[in-house]
Write a protein that binds this ligand. Structure first.
Ligand code: PRP
Length: 172
């Protein structure tokens, strides 16, 4: 086990407190969860916020699995439902790995002229990150190991574990 459910719980509390403080004056914070991995983090984080907020989801997939394609290419599978122009937007990610997904989403949403655009990620693997993305609210920095649980999967398994565990190579 890498991060216990109790440690996640404490950290999500701290992140929610920091976000509440930063957005104390907002009329409406728009949380944009990145499917699928962020759904549990999003649910826990959103329920701890005191500032007015609404939730949106966006789904992307990377082309990187196919060798001949650009490893950084990201494809939009499902867009947010409502326009975010003029709004305070916070992207909610479970993990920043290479950074390609977050970089793509920042470009996509910035083009829609939100009032503010920031990022929140539960996990960051700096050893794998190749793009320069700013994570405004970060839960934990982790080493370059395959992690599952709390929304993160391996071949769609283990997403609903309450803790975050390293999946050893022999179990993949
Ligand atoms: C994961 C994760 C992020 C992305 C990060 O999603 O949820 O969205 O990868 O990787 P990057 O920094 O290298 O772009 P994944 O593609 O596993 O899909 P899922 O969330 O649906 O499981």
């Amino acid at each position: 086990m890498l991060i216990s459910a109790a440690d996640i719980d404490r950290r999500v509390d701290e992140l929610a407190a920091a976000i509440d403080e930063a957005y104390a004056e907002t009329e409406m914070l728009v949380l944009v969860g990145v499917l699928k991995g962020s759904f549990i983090f999003m649910a826990d984080l959103a329920r701890r916020l005191s500032v007015p907020h609404r939730v949106e989801f966006i789904a992307v997939s990377s082309y990187g699995a196919i060798e001949s394609e650009d490893p950084g290419a990201v494809r939009l599978l499902m867009d947010v439902r409502h326009d975010v122009a003029g709004q305070d937007v916070l992207i909610v990610e479970d993990i920043v790995d290479t950074g390609h997904t977050l970089s793509y989403l920042l470009r996509l949403l910035a083009a829609r002229t939100p009032r503010t655009l920031r990022t929140c990620a539960l996990l960051h693997k700096p050893d794998r990150t190749v793009t320069d993305v700013a994570i405004d609210y970060l839960g934990f920095t982790i080493p370059d190991v395959w992690v599952v649980g709390y929304g993160l999967d391996f071949a769609e398994r283990h997403r609903t574990r309450p803790d975050i565990c390293e999946l050893p190579p022999e179990l993949r």
